[in-house]
Design a protein around this ligand. Structure first.
Ligand code: SF4
Ligand code: SF4
Length: 206
């Protein structure tokens, strides 16, 4: 289980370039989904005439469910430059994987709450860091794809594409580089240094 909170409106608007297709996940909505704020923001985006479609469904982290639902809306997705996802980090990662070549961005930050997150069968993971970095890493989570949870690029220890900490796994930052290249967003690697804000981690046991 988890809590999602909306990124600030300025950030979300800056992420949306050109036409946009919007995806809302209501899978874990009963825990906390910023529905009213999300609806208000989506109405504003619709008023600009740049929204090609909105899909609201549950458990976008369920691969079979989402593959089918995306296929029904393919023409609206094709017409969009950006896919804006209102979900937890796992949902965004799932969509980024299923829409290769498309700019997929996260509208929410995921805040921890003990318990099971989503229904995805372990292909994707989210540490619920409270400050989602997926918008600068092409939809691959740097906290879980990198053994050291680095948020500012590769450590330099990878050998033949494999992680120096765990040689059985691909270096997460090499994956991020390839994904950014695929979506023509290598410029993201030049963005300012990310200083991780550990204060966003919520201790729900307090
Ligand atoms: S950066 Fe990773 S751990 Fe943090 S919210 Fe996004 S997916 Fe989750
Ligand atoms: S080799 Fe890659 S995945 Fe492994 S710790 Fe270094 S940057 Fe992270």
């Amino acid at each position: 289980m988890l809590i999602t909170k909306l990124k600030d409106q300025e950030t979300i608007v800056s992420l949306v370039t050109g036409k946009v297709f919007i995806l809302n996940c209501h899978g874990c909505k009963e825990v906390s989904f910023p529905e009213q704020e999300a609806n208000a923001l989506q109405k504003e985006l619709q008023a600009t005439g740049n929204v090609t479609g909105i899909l609201t469904t549950d458990y976008i982290c369920n691969p079979e469910n989402i593959k089918l639902r995306l296929s029904y809306r393919q023409s609206e997705i094709d017409a969009a430059d950006t896919v804006l996802v209102f979900s937890c980090g796992i949902g965004v990662q799932t969509i980024a994987e299923y829409l290769p070549g498309k700019k997929v961005v996260a509208a929410c930050d995921t805040v921890p709450l003990p318990g099971f997150q989503g229904v995805t069968p372990l292909e994707y993971d989210c540490k619920q860091c409270g400050e989602c970095y997926l918008n600068i890493t092409g939809g691959i989570c740097p906290l879980t794809a990198c053994s050291k949870s680095l948020v500012n690029g590769q450590c330099g220890g990878a050998k033949n594409g494999m992680c120096e900490v765990d040689p059985t796994m691909e270096c997460g930052w090499e994956r991020i580089y390839r994904r950014l290249k695929q979506v023509n967003r290598l410029d993201m690697l030049k963005c300012p240094v990310q200083i991780r804000n550990y204060a966003t981690k919520v201790d729900v046991t307090e």
